[in-house]
Ligand binder design. Structure first.
Ligand SMILES: *[C@@H]1O[C@H](CO)[C@@H](O)[C@H](O)[C@H]1NC(C)=O
Length: 208
């Protein structure tokens, strides 16, 4: 059967339209695929960012914890008198003796041990120490402050007419665990009573 020219043209038109539609659909599909790919990439990037944030948040909270711990241990101060009660001449001995101060005014951080007379640095830092010694008789009084086994500074009174007082202080850079204490020399003595003439104090100036 012979088609009319008009019929042929209509058919061609239809094919054309259908091809054009196919093309549009394919283009859309490609477009969707590209967008999907872009979305996936964005998602990956967000995941990476999230991971980085998680890591830095963890680092920040770890740092905060360590600062808080450091802050807690930063409160270090003590002040002690030799006798908790009564009055007493202490000494003389034939060797140097660590003075064990019994009256606790303050011992924040518990770094001073009243059983041994020794202060143990709880953190690396710069500390200030001061001590006073009082002698009541005409005999010699000598006390030194030690860091670990090393003498740092001393007070000394040879033969006071009636009584004597000595005081010294020092700023020390300490490592955690370093020990600071005072020792009375051989053949000397100190006196103390309710007035706490003989005392020992120290505190952390700042950690390092
Ligand atoms: C030592 O200090 C005490 C208490 O402040 C004081 O009474 C005494 O006179 C002082 N001794 C000397 C020799 O300065």
């Amino acid at each position: 059967m012979k088609m009319l020219v008009a019929q042929k043209m209509l058919l061609l038109l239809c094919v054309g339209v259908s091809l054009a539609q196919d093309l549009i659909i394919t283009e859309r599909l490609i477009d969707i695929e590209l967008r999907l790919k872009a979305t996936e990439e964005t998602l990956e990037e967000l995941k990476r960012e999230n991971e980085a944030l998680r890591t830095s948040t963890k680092a920040a909270s770890d740092k905060l914890e360590s600062i808080q711990a450091e802050n807690k241990v930063k409160k270090v101060a003590f002040s002690v008198g030799l006798l908790a009660s009564g009055s007493q001449q202490i000494g003389p001995f034939d060797t140097r003796k660590t003075l064990v101060y019994q009256k606790i005014f303050t011992n924040t951080g518990n770094a001073y041990d009243s059983n041994t007379g020794i202060f143990t640095a709880p953190v690396n830092g710069v500390y200030f120490f001061r001590f006073y010694a009082h002698a009541q008789t005409s005999d010699q009084m000598a006390v030194s402050l030690h860091k670990n086994n090393q003498l740092q500074c001393s007070v000394y009174s040879m033969k006071p007419q009636n009584n004597a007082n000595g005081s010294n202080g020092v700023v020390l850079s300490l490592q955690k665990g370093d020990e600071v204490y005072t020792q009375m020399w051989e053949n000397s003595w100190v006196y103390d009573d309710g007035n706490s003439y003989t005392s020992f104090s120290g505190f952390l100036l700042f950690p390092m």
